[in-house]
Design a protein. Sequence first.
Length: 189
Amino acid sequence: MIRIEHLTKRYGGFTAVDDISFTAQPGRVTGFLGPNGAGKSTALRTLTQLTPATSGEALVLGRRYSELPNPSKHVGVMLDAAAQHPGRTGREVLRLAATVTGMGKARVDEMLDLVGLERSEAARRVKDYSLGMRQRLGLAGALMGNPEVLILDEPANGLDPAGIRWMRGLLRDFADRGGTVLLSSHLLH
């Protein structure tokens, strides 16, 4: 479960997130919708404690993100798929994620299969990936630790209509198995 209460983030005199409150429940896909620049990404960065909140509280599984033991094992996060190291191959990116989450090498191939990245694509450097391929790789990384919660910022960016349908099915299946999904979007798909 994710619970955000009275969360505010200010940068000097600019308010990026203004007193938001909501709960994302297990078994559900919760959409966090708004136009570009509305503060969605900032709120998710605050939830994962990459950006400190000005006020309010953000809890994942009843704790602040930094208080979770090995957070990437419990919470899969994809905030910016384009931020992956461009010089690494897709497989290298996922091997690092497997190491951090304590998963074996076999999990890398499972995740490649799950997100529809071919072995030949996984052998290419991330700098040569399309945005849609980076999104799929980011989802594979977020799912690597078999988490209870997924936090995804604009996961449909760069996906074609078939890719969006695929992603919706993947997230619905995750939630149907008891997972909590929080995703942001500026589009109503």
